[in-house]
Design a protein around this ligand. Structure first.
Ligand code: NAD
Length: 611
């Protein structure tokens, strides 16, 4: 009983101490805590530990960027019951929202001053880690940067990492390191280079889960998606190019009439500048990195400032694989500063870019007078054509994926669906039902199909397009503004929205012409094959399209006439890395694949010898 009173007393002290930071939250902390940003441990099985574990299990926490260690034995802690434990967490979360990490530490320390003395007079220890700070990777070592940019967890809106805000000086240092490494790296045999990449692939694969969780946390995609698509594809990128490039590098012929032997060398260019976007962070970065390296180039990469974490973790994998120093350098930061410094650097002769058409245009303008070799993978306004002879069930299943996977943030996602008139009504009904069933929520939840969008400005942009659709006479059938978005309280500040289907828009409307890059798709009817081909082609973009029909001849016919880089028939996003990938019109310049990437990352030299 005496012990119980002590606990009550301590609760009172704790509460008064924490009051300033716990205002406005409801009584049931388990229901109001924001998403998993806090991690308490070292409780060794006593009641407080169990309570904490219960709360954090409920939160689905998987992150460890803030860490408290309250060490003590059973019955000796002042807060050995659930309510006080909730108060601590509440205070921490509230203060964290305001990003005052030192204040949290201070509050806990203050509270502990009022705790009963422990046996032997030991003090309770409070330890807290600050948000993960990312460093640049230059010349094989992690190099701290003076200035940082906050990076937010899209499922909660809270800051969870700080990434370098690099500029010219950091890029210059990275290019110098890459240049210094070039001679040795490019003179290694392709097989030796392959062995290095394969070792990296093995280590990456062994850390798949860790990378999947981080990619999900940073980008917003469900963990299952990162686990089954993103990270396995990174491993495949490395292995594919390591195996394929050595067989394609050089060719030769003998010309008996001229009495010569010709052979061709495919030579690396030097330092490749790689710029990647936030929607498939490590997936697209490794798709550039692997062929660039296998061809003998060294690299300076600048991942998106929105999603830098897995690229940083990848640098640690390179270190663990004893990858030669300076061959891969990673400079983190914003596009207009770090990105611009990289693409305009005089010692970077080739630039591979994936991102928006707007940025692609800026890069083309900046690099053209320098005669740099340029590959541009840009935006899309991808169409699906649904003929009335298709297998509707499988078509709808595919279109659910193609419209809403990764919250519609894949450059290849479908955003215009043309449905043959006789099928239109039936299709809309079924497709809307399926879209309404899509579960939206925390990316760590295994049943969630759609996590948050990547950032607040991006969510605002996507929602703006829905208001444009309404202004342009469209009808929102389901999703944003129509259906209720039901989120756990910890995700209320996250960047979520419902899958949205719009109909009734003219082909000229903004939602039918411009890239939205979110879970929004517009459905419209058509009559004839000829008509639909012309309408699909009527946008400035030309990345990909999909056609649904059981008529094979029609499938081929339509595919030949669509002005895009890839046409899928009765499927979507089935990729073979040997097949050229890229877009036409405002969607891109150049192609990526075994052969195309090899050609991009090398220049051919013909050597002719008289025999
Ligand atoms: P973005 O153009 O804003 O940024 C892409 C990258 O370019 C980032 O790393 C950014 O920091 C950098 N950047 C920005 N300005 C720069 C500058 N002036 N100089 C150098 N670098 C600069 O694109 P995003 O918002 O990150 O990505 C979404 C876009 O990417 C969408 O349009 C999508 O369609 C496109 N995308 C295309 C493909 C494809 O293969 N075609 C694949 C994925 C994404």
């Amino acid at each position: 009983m005496a012990n119980f009173k002590t606990i009550q007393e301590n609760q009172r002290l704790m509460l008064s101490c924490l009051q300033s930071s716990s205002s406005g939250l409801g009584d049931d902390v388990e229901d109001v805590l924001p998403a998993p940003t806090l991690y308490l441990s070292s409780f060794g099985g006593h009641s407080l530990g169990d309570a904490v574990r219960r709360i954090f299990k409920k939160l689905g926490t998987n992150s460890v960027w803030s860490f408290y260690s309250l060490k003590g034995k059973k019955g000796k802690l002042p807060f050995s019951d659930l309510p006080i434990c909730k108060v601590i967490i509440r205070a921490c979360m509230r203060t964290y929202k305001e990003a005052k990490t030192s204040a949290v530490e201070h509050q806990i320390s203050e509270a502990l001053k009022h705790a009963p003395k422990r046996k032997g007079g030991q003090k309770y220890k409070v330890k807290m880690d600050k948000p993960m700070v990312i460093n640049n990777f230059i010349g094989g070592v992690m190099v701290p940067c003076q200035d940082h940019i906050d990076s937010h967890d899209p499922s909660t809106g809270l800051v969870w990492t700080k990434i370098p805000d690099s500029g010219q000086a950091e890029v210059d240092a990275a290019v110098v390191a890459a240049q210094a490494a070039f001679e040795r790296w490019s003179s290694k045999s392709a097989q030796t280079r392959a062995n290095h990449l394969l070792k990296v692939a093995d280590i990456l694969e062994s850390r798949l889960e860790e990378f999947a969780v981080a990619e999900s946390r940073d980008q917003g995609k469900p963990v299952w998606l990162a686990r089954t698509i993103d990270i396995p594809r990174c491993v495949l990128n490395l292995r594919h190019f390591a195996h394929a490039i050595p067989h394609h590098l050089n060719t030769s012929n003998v010309n008996p009439e001229m009495g010569v032997v010709n052979y061709t060398l495919r030579e690396p260019q030097g330092v490749a500048g790689l710029i990647s976007p936030w929607n498939l962070p490590l997936y697209l970065l490794t798709f550039k990195l692997a062929p660039a390296l296998m061809c003998g180039n060294t690299v300076v990469a600048k991942p998106s400032e929105m999603t830098s974490v897995t690229a940083y973790m990848f640098c640690k994998v390179l270190q663990d694989a004893d990858f030669p120093a300076g061959v891969v350098n990673m400079v983190f930061g914003r596009g207009p500063s770090a990105g611009q410094a990289l693409i305009t650097h005089p010692q970077v002769p080739l630039v591979s870019f994936t991102g928006s058409t707007l940025t692609g245009k800026l890069i083309a303008q900046a690099t053209a007078p320098m005669f740099k070799k340029l590959s541009l993978e840009m935006g899309g306004k991808n169409a699906a054509v649904v003929f009335d002879d298709c297998d509707m069930e499988s078509c709808i299943t595919t279109l659910k994926r193609s419209s809403f996977i990764n919250s519609g943030q894949v450059c290849l996602c479908t955003s215009r669906i043309f449905v043959q008139k006789s099928l239109f009504k039936d299709f809309l009904e079924k497709f809307t039902t399926v879209a309404r069933e899509v579960k939206v929520g925390p990316p760590s939840d295994k049943d969630v199909f759609m996590g948050p969008l990547n950032s607040k400005p991006h969510l605002d942009k996507v929602l703006k397009y829905i208001s444009y659709a309404v202004e342009d006479g469209g009808q929102v059938l389901c999703g944003h503004g129509v259906d209720i978005l039901d989120l756990p309280s910890q995700n209320k500040e996250g960047y979520f929205m419902k899958p949205t289907i719009i109909t009734g828009l003219s082909d000229e409307s903004r939602c039918m012409q411009e890239e939205i890059f979110g879970p929004v798709t517009c459905v419209t009817p058509f009559d004839t094959e000829e008509e639909v081909i012309s309408r699909v082609n009527d946008t400035p973009y030309g990345l990909c399209a999909s056609v649904f029909t059981s008529n094979l001849a029609r499938g081929h016919r339509v595919a030949h006439k669509l002005k895009v880089g890839t046409v899928w028939t009765n499927c979507w996003l089935v990729r073979d890395l040997d097949m050229p990938f890229g877009g036409v019109k405002k969607s891109g310049l150049g192609r990526e694949s075994t052969q195309e990437s090899l050609e991009f990352y090398t220049e051919a030299k013909t050597v002719c010898i008289k025999i």
